[in-house]
Ligand binder design. Structure first.
Ligand code: ATP
Ligand code: TZP
Ligand code: MG
Ligand code: MG
Length: 261
């Protein structure tokens, strides 16, 4: 089957990002490399209009403020009305009460298409207390078990990332083992991945298929980049290059997926 990256490149979806100050530039460049078009718009005066004209919306709470969460909820509701997919990246949930409560407030008020976070963030969001050190969190719980448990509580399609990534929806669970440890040495690789998933959701109604193709593409691009550059600084550039370079056929050959239901 043709990989969805080809469709993303053809359709060049516009991705509206309400995201954190650390990763804005990397996310915009990353989305261009993927073949999508980025826009960052945060003001409450314009987010509804922007979300409705976009192909997907990303809500990322990495450097949240009360005003920004209010704007995210306005944007999220507008996206829901317009049928625009919404990805939530619950950065640092579990590290502070404000983060945890804000993510829960978004989930209560907005119909989120998919949540993408590391194991620690997803565990905390689902009520399983786990240490999150700043924005870095893992979980002692087995990732497959965590996926089942978190989906049962949250009832929203989930993408849990780490050495092994898991996508889970009501009756499907897929693991993706592509990727490279250098991704953890560059800030914003999780945040950009959430935006890339949003770009794939813009070209497919099937959330599991969109997220799985986004993960395999992203992971294979990272593997190719790491073959060329072994240090974080040069890896970051090689990774952007590979996001624009790698084709669907190569990803289909190199992808490592395990499906269970
Ligand atoms: P953190 O905040 O802990 O850095 P994150 O939100 O940045 O988490 P990650 O879990 O680091 O997100 O996932 C970002 C990307 O890095 C994903 O594509 C994931 O597959 C990949 N990744 C993370 N850890 C590893 C690893 N040890 N080996 C290979 N790939 C990894
Ligand atoms: N601090 C607040 S947001 C942020 C940091 C370091 C970026 C987190 O990016 P990622 O993709 O979760 O590593
Ligand atoms: Mg990371
Ligand atoms: Mg993150």
């Amino acid at each position: 089957m043709r990989h969805l990256i080809e469709k993303v490149r053809k359709q060049q979806p516009l991705i509206h990002n309400i995201t954190n100050q650390v990763v804005m530039n990397f996310t915009a460049n990353g989305l261009y490399a993927v073949g999508a078009a980025p826009v960052m718009a945060h003001a409450k005066e314009e987010v509804e209009e922007m979300a409705q004209m976009a192909s997907s919306l990303v809500l990322n709470i990495g450097t949240l403020t009360k005003e920004q969460i209010d704007a995210m909820i306005l944007a999220g509701k507008a996206a829901n009305q317009a049928g625009v997919p919404v990805v939530l990246d619950p950065v640092g949930v579990g590290a502070t009460t404000f983060r945890t409560n804000s993510a829960k407030r978004i989930l209560k008020e907005v119909n989120v298409t998919c949540i993408r976070g590391n194991a620690g963030e997803i565990a905390n969001l689902a009520g399983v207390e786990t240490e999150v050190r700043g924005v870095d969190g893992s979980s002692d719980t087995d990732i497959q078990q965590l996926a089942n448990l978190a989906f049962k509580t949250l009832q929203v399609p989930l993408v849990i990332t780490g050495e092994e990534d898991v996508v889970i929806d009501r009756d499907t669970r897929v693991s993706v083992s592509n990727g490279h440890p250098l991704l953890t040495k560059v800030t914003g690789t999780g945040c950009l991945l959430s935006a890339v998933i949003a770009a794939f959701l813009a070209v497919s109604d099937n959330v599991v298929e969109a997220a799985t193709d986004a993960l395999s593409y992203y992971g294979v691009a990272a593997e190719n980049a790491a073959d060329q550059q072994g240090f974080p600084g040069s890896f970051q550039i090689a990774f952007l290059d590979q996001l624009s370079e790698v084709d669907g056929e190569t990803v289909n050959k190199k992808k490592q997926l395990t499906r269970s239901s």
